[in-house]
Design a protein around this ligand. Structure first.
Ligand SMILES: [Fe+2]
Length: 241
């Protein structure tokens, strides 16, 4: 399997805790490309912190990265998205006049602090749905309140959230409990996306092929294609799932 679409990725340099330089960003694109990725949605962190990068700075960095990437990787397509950190401010729309959407679609990648409560998770999903967005829950496996069984994750999915998990979590890099929970989500067909959440070239790398092969072997080729290609494509094309 190849032609992956990476839906969660911090290669855009200088705007969050992802790539720390333009050299790192280009090295990350090289790794992703060699590994079989052909489309990436860049998802810099957006927080209510006034010191976080402005939407203008993010847009400028995106234009620059596209210009640098095009000659080296002509068939690699980059899209701009964002990863929105939930806070109670989010419940007042004025706090986020420009909520970053995934590739201009209605989908929004929403993250929470790892210690989030079950109630806050449902609140965050509800708020986005009320505004007409489709929430994608970033790295679903990271929230301790979800990891005892798949029941709450199933309820979140029923409430309208789409669940994304990280490739390195599926592969066991974040411990046995996280790996078990990812496996349970996959076995129950509750995850819609596996993405890299890449932050650099040595740790949290932009690579999906090993995970895609494992998922295809354990859960079937058709589901793997949905997770790594078809569902992210639906996001980019703003199709309902
Ligand atoms: Fe992220």
């Amino acid at each position: 399997m190849t032609n992956f679409i990476d839906l969660h990725n911090h290669t855009l340099p200088g705007v969050d805790d992802g790539a720390d330089s333009w050299e790192t960003a280009m090295a990350m694109l090289e790794l992703a490309y060699r590994d079989g990725t052909r489309q990436i949605i860049l998802t810099p962190h957006t927080t209510p912190d006034p010191h976080s990068a402005s939407s203008e700075a993010i847009e400028a960095a995106f234009q620059q990265l596209q210009a640098q990437a095009k000659p080296r990787f002509p068939d690699l397509t980059l899209h701009l998205g964002g990863e929105v950190l939930y806070s109670s401010d989010l419940e007042q729309r004025e706090a986020f006049p420009q909520l970053p959407r995934m590739a201009g679609s209605s989908y929004v990648l929403l993250e929470f602090l790892p210690s989030v409560s079950r109630r806050q998770l449902f609140n965050g999903v509800d708020v986005l749905l009320r505004w007409g967005y489709i929430p994608i829950l970033a790295h679903t496996e990271r929230y301790a309140c979800l990891r005892t069984s798949v029941d709450t994750a199933a309820q979140l999915a029923n409430a309208g959230a789409l669940l994304q998990i990280n490739a390195d979590s599926v592969m066991g890099n974040w411990g046995r409990r996280v790996k078990w929970f990812c496996a349970a989500l996959l076995r129950n067909r509750l995850a819609q996306f596996v993405a890299s959440d890449a932050h650099g070239v040595t740790y949290r790398k932009p690579m999906l092929s090993a995970c895609a092969a494992t998922v295809a072997r354990k859960y079937g080729q058709a589901y793997a294609q949905q997770l790594f290609r078809e569902n992210p494509k639906n996001v980019i094309e703003n199709c309902q799932m």
